[in-house]
Design a binder for this molecule. Structure first.
Ligand code: GRG
Length: 294
């Protein structure tokens, strides 16, 4: 398997899907649709949609086309980034290498663009899989749970609350990382698995894989925030210390954080071993997580 070629093919498919499955930039009101596309098409690693496509490709011809599911996940992820950057949240100026949505447009437009991307994700799932209602329901259930007050938004809430504490502990840290970050990564893998009609034990393995990969991803994110630069990351660095965030580095130091990232990667690879089909791409992707530079 040529990892780079397959990754590139996924990225091309995702960009095409994002362009064709979103309302046109000139659809009324154009300012709102421009803002949605501005943030969505600004680039980004597209990790979550790649995971959807790669999990679906564990079987040779997935019975359900996973592209709309991949686009829905990226819409939801981008909404969370737009809202995370708002002045009432992280108050950030830079995202995906360009001014944040509220800087490029204005705060109200950014809020609405985030709302609209969140809503569009579910509209897309219900419309694209309407011919197979049970499958549409399973995808909507998975994504809405990951995006809910008990997962993504709950993680964000606890993250904000922890900033006001001086004694946030490891239990809080894991809750935040599992929900703010790992839940969406897990949902992406499971949604891909659902498109492939994988059996329950394989879906369960994808859940464990997503949880472990999500923790690795966030620990590496914390390491990059402390050690990299804005030009490489395309977003502000040093924010965790500035905002008094609880991170693995704060609790265990840089070496402890690196060790922990390796342990969670090993756990992700162990879960991968329980999956059927061709796991080579996912295995290679998991391994790149430890070395990622942005
Ligand atoms: C409902 C008002 C309101 C807000 C919701 C849920 C939420 C705000 C924010 C959480 C979003 C967040 C910042 C999660 C952290 C996960 C993370 C590390 C995101 C960055 O992901 P990358 O690096 O980004 O994959 P790219 O740009 O590459 O897609």
């Amino acid at each position: 398997m040529d990892f780079a070629a397959r990754h590139q093919a996924y990225l091309v498919r995702i960009e095409t899907g994002l362009d064709s499955l979103l309302p046109a930039a000139n659809a009324r009101p154009a300012r709102l649709h421009e803002a949605m596309r501005y943030s969505l098409q600004a680039g980004g690693k597209r990790l979550r949609p790649v995971l959807v496509l790669a999990a679906a490709d564990l079987v040779e011809s997935p019975p359900h086309d996973p592209l709309a599911a991949a686009v829905a996940v990226e819409c939801l992820h981008t909404y969370s980034l737009i809202h995370d950057d708002l002045p009432c949240m992280d108050n950030d100026d830079l995202r995906r290498g360009r001014p944040t949505c509220h800087r490029a447009f204005d705060e109200a437009t950014a809020l609405l663009a985030g709302d609209a991307l969140l809503t569009h994700a579910f509209r897309l799932l219900s419309a694209s899989y309407a011919a197979t209602p049970a499958h549409a329901h399973a995808l909507i259930h998975e994504l809405s749970h990951a995006a809910s007050s008990e997962e993504l938004i709950g993680g964000q809430m606890e993250d904000l609350l922890a900033e006001k504490q001086t004694d946030a502990d490891a239990k809080q840290l894991v809750f935040i990382h599992l929900n703010k970050t790992a839940a969406m990564i897990r949902a992406a893998l499971v949604m891909g698995g659902l498109c492939a009609n994988l059996p329950l034990d394989a879906i369960d393995a994808l859940r464990t894989l997503g949880r472990e990969l999500g923790l690795t991803f966030q620990i590496v994110d914390d390491i990059l925030d402390a050690t990299s630069d804005s030009a490489t990351l395309g977003k502000t660095v040093g924010k965790d210390v500035r905002d008094n965030k609880v991170t693995f580095i704060k609790l265990y130091g840089l070496d402890g954080a690196r060790r922990s990232a390796r342990e969670h990667t090993d756990a992700a690879l162990a879960a991968l071993d329980r999956l059927p089909g061709d796991t080579a791409f996912l295995r290679a992707l998991i391994k790149t997580m430890l070395e990622r530079k942005n």
